[in-house]
Write a protein of this length. Structure first.
Length: 153
């Protein structure tokens, strides 16, 4: 019935993927736009790891898409570009406080993104919030390796 009213299966899946990617990018842009002028990188980490800002639906959808990336043509490339956009956004924030050191900022951005992705993947079993607290602390410690960031932990 859905295929009859909406279209073929591949078109429905592609529309679903595109919607997720557009919404995710908009969420990232809104978060970055809302960061305060000072201590942006510290606040960014706080927000990424704050349970108040978790979008459980997006986490579930992102996890499902990642798990099925090898089954749908082009999905792995789209998700890789999505991840790269997120890392680039983090890199820009960290580079702003890293005395312009792109390599160090990029390394920290990749690390923070990996910690964040792991946290979201584990969120369903993080009943007491231990994984979230320790992930937040790890992200802050990593960011504190940059010269312009004071550790928030």
């Amino acid at each position: 019935m859905i295929r009859h009213n909406i279209g073929n299966r591949d078109a429905v899946i592609q529309a679903f993927i595109e919607d997720f990617l557009i919404r995710s990018k908009a969420q990232t842009e809104a978060m970055l736009a809302a960061l305060p002028v000072t201590d942006r990188a510290v606040h960014l980490i706080e927000w990424l790891f704050d349970p108040e800002y978790v979008d459980a639906d997006s986490v579930a959808i992102g996890g499902a898409l990642l798990a099925s990336a090898d089954k749908h043509p082009g999905l792995a490339d789209a998700l890789s570009a999505w991840d790269e956009d997120f890392i680039d956004a983090l890199t820009r924030e960290f580079q702003a406080v890293a005395d312009g050191d792109l390599a160090s900022a990029r390394t920290v951005a990749v690390g923070v993104a990996a910690i964040y992705a792991n946290l979201e993947a584990m969120s369903t079993i993080d009943q007491g919030g231990r994984i979230r607290r320790e992930s937040r602390r790890a992200a802050h410690r990593l960011a504190a390796t940059l010269p312009g960031i004071e550790s928030a932990v």
